[in-house]
Design a binder for this molecule. Structure first.
Ligand SMILES: NC(=O)c1ccc[n+]([C@@H]2O[C@H](COP(=O)([O-])OP(=O)(O)OC[C@H]3O[C@@H](n4cnc5c(N)ncnc54)[C@H](O)[C@@H]3O)[C@@H](O)[C@H]2O)c1
Length: 402
């Protein structure tokens, strides 16, 4: 009985918080009570769904009656129980404190002005930002925690690095201390230009390989050549991918379906396999980062894109599977799942109307900038994430919260 109670209490408290009942005490909740509470919760959720056919964010765009007439089941809370002030008292302990001894803090107050919280802004055009490599001298002066958050001395392959998210992640790795960067991309012209720019701005060893990620033999040969040129790759960032959207499933051409799955899913596998083989053969640890998409976890609205969504769900599960298989070799595999990002993939006039809907469904009310995966990419590539494998991290401005 004792073993049964703990999980029941847990489930019970989840139901309570979802239905805004007054919080239960720590008394155990037994099955008959739980069933009754679950029934109430279910009917409350059903009633809410029936009265509002739109998703919550869509309702936000057109305020509903419920929004205009708020109510609370916890109205018994008196205002006096909330600490509200116009100032926040602060005590600061620092070497610069005015007190003679460091144990004497500075005391002061800061004003409270809720209206002054700035709205989050997308960063200014990341294309124009200079690329500044981490100098060895600076790296050696960093505290241990910050050293671990770099990719100092690592050899990094970025597929799809000729433009877009992959290109920005390649730049970020260069800034975070990479020893060498290899760009794998099917676009010769853009790939050459991207590699040349990265080398010119940083002085790092940068190479470009024109490979199609569907071509396993070419990818394998390119990975071997990276090992010969720069050393065994420590990191793979697989960002090569394409998107089809606004194609209803009933009219989706099977050849198109196969092509997209071949690039997004089989390509992720072939790139990971080639780098995994090189790492296993060299008995070296490594980090593989697969760029999936939030579309691997949710179905986008309003565009119909069953194939893309399925391909990215496959990438997420591929990442988890490889992570489980290759942990014994010291190889970590994680996915980054972006929401809507402001890249060429989405800079299509046909998507303009839908972009307004996407923004209205995103709590941050914007698309992500092309460099907003950079921090996570460097973290996953770095030794700071050494206990992290098989994860799928969604970066979407909050889109999947609704
Ligand atoms: N932009 C978004 O909103 C968004 C959202 C979620 C996920 N993603 C994913 O992020 C990744 C990058 O997207 P992006 O917006 O930077 O796209 P992008 O089109 O700007 O860049 C993709 C790059 O991949 C290369 N590529 C395409 N097919 C290839 C192939 N078969 N072999 C080798 N290279 C190939 C292209 O030449 C290009 O340089 C993709 O996997 C995409 O599905 C993008």
């Amino acid at each position: 009985m004792q073993r049964l109670r703990a999980p029941i209490q847990q489930v019970g408290s989840t139901l309570l918080s979802r239905t805004s009942f007054p919080r239960a005490s720590s008394r155990p909740v037994f099955l008959p009570q739980l069933a009754a509470m679950a029934a109430v919760a279910r009917s409350a959720r059903l009633a809410a769904r029936l009265s509002s056919p739109l998703r919550p964010a869509a309702r936000r765009a057109a305020p509903s009656a419920a929004r205009q007439a708020p109510f609370s089941l916890s109205a018994r809370h008196s205002k006096s129980s909330v600490i509200q002030g116009t100032e926040v008292p602060v005590s600061v302990y620092s070497p610069d404190a005015k007190g003679a001894a460091s144990s004497s803090p500075d005391h002061f107050s800061i004003p409270v002005n809720p209206a002054a919280v700035p709205a989050p802004e997308a960063s200014s055009d990341p294309e124009d930002a200079p690329i500044t490599p981490l100098q060895d001298s600076l790296y050696h002066r960093l505290p241990r925690t910050l050293q671990k958050m770099t990719v100092h001395g690592k050899v990094i392959i970025v597929t799809g690095g000729a433009r877009g998210l992959g290109n920005h992640m390649a730049r970020a790795c260069a800034e975070a201390g990479a020893k060498a960067i290899a760009i794998f991309d099917a676009n010769q012209e853009l790939g050459e230009a991207a590699a040349a720019e990265l080398h010119q701005q940083t002085g790092l060893a940068v190479s470009f390989f024109r490979v199609d990620v569907r071509d396993g033999a070419a990818v394998e040969a390119a990975v071997q050549n990276v090992a010969d040129l720069h050393g065994v790759p420590d990191v793979l960032v697989n960002s090569a991918g394409i998107a089809d959207s606004n194609i209803p499933a009933e009219t989706y051409d099977a050849a198109m379906f196969r092509r997209l799955v071949d690039i997004n899913l089989t390509g992720s596998f072939l790139a990971a396999q080639a780098v995994g083989r090189a790492l296993i053969a060299a008995r070296r640890p490594g980090s593989i980062i697969l760029v999936a998409s939030m579309s691997g976890s949710v179905v986008n609205y309003p565009q119909e894109q069953s194939c893309y969504n399925a391909s990215k769900a496959g990438v997420v599960q591929l990442g988890r599977s490889l992570a489980a298989e290759w942990a014994k070799h010291g190889i970590r595999v994680n996915c980054i799942s972006p929401g809507y990002m402001d890249t060429a993939l989405n800079k299509v006039p046909a998507l303009d109307a839908q972009k307004k809907i996407w923004k209205s469904l995103t709590p941050q009310a914007r698309l992500g900038a092309a460099d907003e995966l950079n921090g996570l990419c460097v973290f996953l590539a770095s030794d700071a994430s050494s206990f992290m494998t098989g994860s799928n991290v969604i970066i979407d401005g909050g889109y999947t919260l609704y």
